[in-house]
Ligand binder design. Structure first.
Ligand SMILES: [Zn+2]
Length: 177
């Protein structure tokens, strides 16, 4: 058993395309940037880790200082160590994202990305429980300035990016229509 556990360690919980890398983002601390050109549709990141119920997520945030990825109304998938975050990077928010969700746990490029560009998702694509709003200075013409857990309900984001929302939010958006 010990041997099996040891051999499993060579795989990380989350997968990052070899075309991107973790780096110290000037504006955000940890980030992820493209090492080479990436085409629209290519896989970027697959989230893994452990599953945490919303009743325990605040305790997790306090320990890790990281939000994780909301995968359903009540559940998050989260990394289990800071080392893992550092190795695989943290996807920062932009109001003009270049990646979106392909399914619950997988991000793909939503437009061509140039080598050296930072990789950004719009947090409204998966978050509906994030407790605090935060200020955004992403520099986009469409910057919302304040990002909140309710941004997934904004109509023009839904219209522009519906295909890239997490499946559980697509269901909520369709029900609300
Ligand atoms: Zn912004």
């Amino acid at each position: 058993m010990q041997k099996i556990m040891e051999s499993l360690k060579r795989w990380e919980h989350r997968w990052l395309t070899p075309k991107a890398e973790s780096f110290d983002s000037p504006s955000h601390g940890l980030g992820i940037r493209a090492k080479e050109n990436i085409k629209k549709g290519e896989d970027i990141l697959v989230f893994g880790g452990v599953i945490i119920h919303k009743s325990q997520i605040e305790e997790y945030w306090k320990i890790m200082g990281h939000v994780g990825t909301q995968i359903d109304d009540d559940f998050f998938i989260v990394p289990t160590s800071r080392e893992e975050l550092k190795a695989r990077g943290v996807i920062n928010h932009s109001c003009e994202p270049n990646v979106g969700f392909k399914n619950q746990i997988q991000l793909c490029a939503i437009r061509d990305i140039k080598a050296g560009d930072e990789i950004f998702v719009d947090y409204s694509f998966c978050e509906s429980l994030y407790p605090n709003s935060f200020a955004c200075n992403c520099g986009s013409d469409h910057c919302r300035k304040e990002i909140t857990k309710d941004d997934w309900m904004i109509k023009n984001i839904q219209t522009k990016y519906f295909a890239y929302f997490s499946p559980y939010l697509k269901v909520k958006i369709e029900k609300a229509d």
